[in-house]
Write a protein that binds this ligand. Sequence first.
Ligand SMILES: [Zn+2]
Length: 308
Amino acid sequence: MNFTIQTPNPRLQFRNSLTRRTRTDGIVIHHYAANVSVQTVHNWHLGNSWAGIGYNFVVDKDGTIWNGRGMEFVGAHAANNNAGTIGIAVQGDYHNVSRTMPDVQFNALVWLIRHVRERYGNIWIRGHRELMATACPGQHFPMEELQRLQFRGDNGGETPVPGEEIPAAAFRVDTQSSPLNVRANPGTSAAVLGTIPRDTLVTATRRSGDWLYVTGGSLTGWASTQFLTKMTQEVGDMTEDRVRELIEEVAWAILSGDGTTPSGWAEGEFAKAIAAGLTDGTRPRGFASRQETAIIAYRAMKAAKRKS
Ligand SMILES: [Zn+2]
């Protein structure tokens, strides 16, 4: 997929001249927390007495990429981290409003990050909230999916093999040590779309020979049955009651020492699971992954706290 970087017309007028960066260590991702134009954000930041828009680039919902401060200049977007980073913001509010990102905006973002890395090498990518206490770029921002740098709908240029539909079933990734390759089509010559870590639970919905079409997190594609172990009936068809029993045990096990707040681990898994779209946060699926168990445990803990 191909995108280009546009310069706003009329050009953004900066209050004073911008400073060139002397090093580039990473990319910080933001959202606007609003559905406004690049010009509006520029005006907001001028209102902060800044030189002008603080981001180096911004990406609209329709996939248009705009120059903010541009590639080479120091931004104003991440306190204490501006000197060595490039700030990229997306149009929209991915915390309180939008739950999913349009494919074209996501793909433009992937293209832009690749473009920046062609210039500066394999620099890190972090969400703003990994650097300071903020919700930015929002609980629904697809950060893990983005960090795979894989275009959505990209099938490695191959004609997809449909396979044969099977009843949805849970499998555990059973590789020796390396993660599981997920491919665009059945067969080892097909393009690798991404990898899923060992011991992750995935759901299979189609089969073609010795290959299964699986979903794990936000990655979907074909994986060899050689590295997948079918979960037992008990786990695969776990009842709500059994899930609840397990949750009670887990809920208390993951509380921190004071017994009233969830551990950082549970909080983190909860945020990740929501961001990955694994759950709407209200009910478990047929089987519970580690992340889903954390969610349910978190809710159980909140309920227990209300009662006490
Ligand atoms: Zn931010």
